[in-house]
Write a protein that binds this ligand. Sequence first.
Ligand code: MIG
Length: 792
Amino acid sequence: MQDTSFAIHPGTKKQLVGENLKDIGAVTSYKVNEGMVNFKTENGYVRILFHSNRTVRVTMNPKHEPTLTTSFAVVEERLRVTPIVSDNENVVQIKTTELIVNVMKTPFRLTVTDSSGKTIIQEINKGLAFNENGEVICFKKMEDNDHFYGFGEKTGFLDKRGEKMEMWNTDVYAPHNPETDALYQSIPFFITLRDGHAHGVFFDNTGKSHFDLKSESNTYSFKAESGQMDYYVFTGPTMKDVLGQYTQLTGTMPIPPKWALGYHQSRYSYETDEEVRQLVNDFLKKEIPVDAIYLDIHYMDGYRVFTFDRDRFPDPKGLIEDLKKVGMKIVPIVDPGVKEDPEYDIYQEGVRESHFCKYVEGNIYFGDVWPGNSAFPDFTSTKARKWWGEKHKYYTDLGIEGIWNDMNEPAIFNDTKTMDVKVMHENDGDPKTHRQLHNVYGFLMGEATYEGMKKQLNGKRTFLLTRAGYAGVQRYASVWTGDNRSFWEHLQLALPMCMNLGMSGVAFCGPDVGGFAHDSSGELLVRWTQFGTFTPYFRNHSAINTVRQEPWSFGENVEKLTKKYIEQRYVWMPHLYTLFREANQTGVPVMRPLVLEYPTDENTVNLSDQFMIGDNVLVAPIMTPTTSHRVVYFPEGRWINYWTEEVLVGNKHHLVEAPLDILPIFIKEGSIIPHGTVKQSTAIPETELTYHIYLGEKNAASYRLYEDDGTTFGYENGATFEQEITCERENNLISISLKESNGSYDPTWIKETFVLHHCEDDLDIIINGEEVDHSQKNYNKLKKSLTFTIDR
Ligand code: MIG
């Protein structure tokens, strides 16, 4: 009766904020030990330590000294920081060069300030507390002008101020709407923006947790149902710094194989060898670029993972080989549930070698999923992860290089939607219940899969797509946002969701393009594909029993327009790849909310319907039907319409035109953007690189291009190529200089083209000191652009 008025029956249990909470109380004593300060308070224990000069960790346990157990998320070693501790009766001060922690003693209240004295976090009326059910909570002051970003995969707008959020990995088939809270991913991390400065908090708890930025106007809180209070404060001071500090702690994304950045085509399911071959032929015949085809659950023999159904796919190896010849990869789905079938080797081995999740009494936990009654690997055990990883040899032997992990929340067909929380995970000898470790199950499946594939592939990069995850998931996988629907509202929803995933360390993410459930339409597919061109992960996927959603499914015009934008993905590849490298190095995402680049511009703080690619490209998709115009906000500076070359002055809203064939894209004046060429797939080497130079009224622009072989880990050992291009203007003279770094990778293109936008036809051009001959220059009067090409 939850969808009738009964749901709001006045007799339902009341839930008061802070009910039955016990404050941690006054400090009774403290000790300094190896750079840590251990407080004993009236009602518990608090330990403060510095992970680095800029990152402080606070742990609280009501019963005993907090344990510093190994975290699943944290990979960075703690630096030896020796803070200076001083005491002035009421306050204990703990100080490093970058931050100051003041602990008021009666009662225990904590304030963190940066070295300039600016307050980062502050506890006033309430601080650390707990209750007898084992809940731990902490409260912090919320300033009037605080804005909040991150929190992983959430519905709603960009700024999470005024929201309450729950972290509990959940398979939500329907609906995804503003009141849908817990989804597949739990990333208990956020960034606070306050007056243009930023700090971050990571609450490292793998059980169910809650964030409340709503109940009180000047206080926010976060709490967990189990485990101890354990959080890190990152001091910024910019949002990019916070992302750097957080991804240093939890790891950055490896550079994906280039094929993973191409266009991907999926369907639940392409069911047979012939169907896949037909699909591939359609792409080839229609010359629509594509890099990967997905095999959903129908490829398996009775949904047994690590098998192929030999009636539907008589020769998987041959199929994969043939696809590889035309530059395409196969990505099969792998779920965690292993069919209970004593004659099935994976099940047999899992039972005999004790890899499955069990109750404390020793009996295996079984849950109902696709294959029927199934057992679930206990990924908290290193031994089980290794076993699972090695099983992927089955796929790599067939020539497979990428895996798709689904249902790994874990999703189970029962009322709770997941595993019995009483299951006792082995956790390498430190057993904990599923209630305590739920949110890390999918993450650890990702670790097992990624590491296993990486090992089998012998130096080649692998690609993993995952539905569930936890903080740090970026080390192993790309994330798609699960079962959305073919609604315009879900296209709208995807923007802030992906931007906040990016602000949570997950740079490589995207929604199902076209919508998964429900029937898509041609118009929706065009608009969604336009958006997909710029989502870090770009896959068209749709559900069983819905209308077909391949680019040609809605007639010629839709085919032409989706093709145009899939091609654009390949044109923009050199720039996107450079941005993936940046994310790999700094944790700053590829797809960015405007607020990340313009944090002091009030118009950007909750701007949820447009985004940036890197720091100088603005994208404003159309997300409503029969719409040919929209309002776009432009931050300071001058912006150039990518299609029309029209100049738009910033700090202002403009009405822009966008008929069905147009995705509004704008380039900031003073930028250089590299372009590649249209090709059938990334398997075809780039032959020509084009630098588009938008000087406008600026006198200089520069860009640093990144490239490598796109397939191996050579980039970790210097097999890289970087080219710094600068362009300067003095009256009628344009000087371009190209400088290559000394990485050992030699790129494939043999020509470099330069397009000077918005310029006169009588310019003198010097490139690396040599004058470009008049005959080499090509002037387009209509576009007012000057083009010339040199050999590389
Ligand atoms: O609940 O494998 O989110 O992408 O096609 C259905 C079938 C299970 C859910 C995934 C979806 C996938 C589907 N899976």
